[in-house]
Design a protein around this ligand. Sequence first.
Ligand SMILES: [Zn+2]
Length: 220
Amino acid sequence: MFQLDPLLVWEWYLYRLGVCFRAKANAGHLAIASMEKSLSNRFTLITQNIDNLHIRAGNSPQRTFQIHGNIGLSRCSQSCVPELFKLPASLFSACKNQSLSETEQKMLRCHYCKSWLRPHVLWFDECYDEEYFRFDSSMNIAAKTDLLIIVGTSGSTTLPNHVTNLALRNNACIVDINPEDNPFSEIAVNSPGGMVFRRPASEVLRQLADCCPTPAVKDA
Ligand SMILES: [Zn+2]
């Protein structure tokens, strides 16, 4: 669709971006941010979310792998440079189907080659990589982890499945938090010490975050 009608795709994305920008981090995001504060370099967040709310809640960009990209960023659709560009807030649309002025359209052109920029989001039929989506980093950390907490994913994309399989191979304890049954539930209950919470993520994550050591406790 982007190849057929980039402007239409941008209008849709800028509306979605406006929705994300106005959203606020919830108790689940805040609990995950407090886990990183407590666990420091023993913590990594691999997220399928593209709304940047984890970073806004306080997780660090270094320890947050946004494996499906970030809707607030763009890059050259012709890959003339690898650079990511932050989209100006003036472009965030408040309404659906809002058409873009010529000036706004110019802001969506690559600064170098003038081709269309594209949203920095992994689309269906595109591949994960390390440079943009931290694929290798996610695999490496999954292979070493002792505890994998899976929150609210249905497992319909490949990377979360790879992460779970690698953690399982490392004999990690796997915890699944999801109000709905999903492919990870059975894997979790069969992992060493693993369990399933059929309750809202915000509630369970707060309780788990409260079990983490206080930030003053240094790593052994
Ligand atoms: Zn370019």
